[in-house]
Design a protein around this ligand. Structure first.
Ligand SMILES: O=c1ccn([C@@H]2O[C@H](COP(=O)(O)O)[C@@H](O)[C@H]2O)c(=O)[nH]1
Length: 236
């Protein structure tokens, strides 16, 4: 199946002014913006609403708690009308299914409902990091295990690295939305990311969305950096 891979820029900052500046200047050059823990904790939900105006919002708060708390938290976030939102797959079947139900209840018009994405294994983790937390599996094995569980429980899609796209598609088909961070244009620093690929490699592997933060926001010219990635994606 041919799909266009879309670009989400991660606006990771504690400054509302900085985030607004990036959101304004990148308006025509990205497909969505991500606001996550740093921005939301530092600036609050009103700021999320203001900065995301005119953009598709990927609200990446990675909720992980008992089912009732996560479902209620998602319902409370509904007024922000994100396009995509995240919970942790390792919260288990009940947490995921209750989250889906909460979003369905909050958005009676299902076409408006935010897509529920389950984080499988963070792209900053490798096999060694997993073992440290008691998981004696490769990242790919663990992503497949959690990915299957999450989709069966009602997640619309998954957060994974580009390395796991092909095995996930083999196991789950084309329907789940695959959102892929850990993206590094050739020559960029990996920073704390462990399972990385370039935008073109991720697009060729079949990512629906790629998430790029620092390679854009820390670039001398973020607009130019975002445009270069959009051009790369268009060439696939
Ligand atoms: O497994 C995950 C889940 C989420 N992220 C988020 O994506 C961006 C990546 O930022 P970079 O600066 O391009 O590394 C960041 O906001 C993370 O919270 C992830 O990296 N990995």
């Amino acid at each position: 199946m041919s799909r266009r891979t879309r670009l989400i820029v991660a606006l990771d900052t504690a400054s509302r002014t900085q985030a607004q500046h990036w959101a304004d200047s990148l308006k025509n050059d990205v497909d969505a913006i991500k606001l996550g823990l740093e921005f939301t904790y530092a600036c609050g939900l009103d700021a999320v609403k203001t900065v995301s105006k005119g953009h598709r919002l990927f609200l990446d708060l990675k909720l992980h708690d008992i089912p009732h708390t996560v479902a209620s938290g998602l319902a409370a976030l509904a007024p922000l009308k994100p396009t995509l939102t995240t919970i942790h797959a390792s919260g288990g079947t009940e947490m995921i299914s209750r989250s889906r139900e909460a979003l369905e209840a909050a958005f009676p018009e299902q076409t408006q409902r935010p897509k529920l994405l389950a984080v499988t294994v963070l792209t900053s983790m490798n096999a060694e990091g997993l073992l440290e937390t008691g998981v004696n599996a490769t990242p790919q094995e663990q992503v497949l295990r959690l990915g299957k569980l999450a989709v069966q429980a009602g997640a619309d899609g998954l957060i994974c690295s580009a390395h796991e796209i092909a095995p996930l598609r083999d196991a789950l088909g084309d329907d789940p939305i695959l959102v892929v961070p850990g993206i590094r244009p050739a020559g960029s620093a990996a920073d704390d990311q462990k399972r990385i690929m370039t935008p073109v490699q991720a697009a060729k592997a079949g990512a629906d969305w790629i998430v790029v933060g620092r390679p854009i926001t820390k670039a001398t010219n973020p607009v130019q950096a975002a445009r270069a990635i959009m051009e790369d994606l268009a060439s696939v």
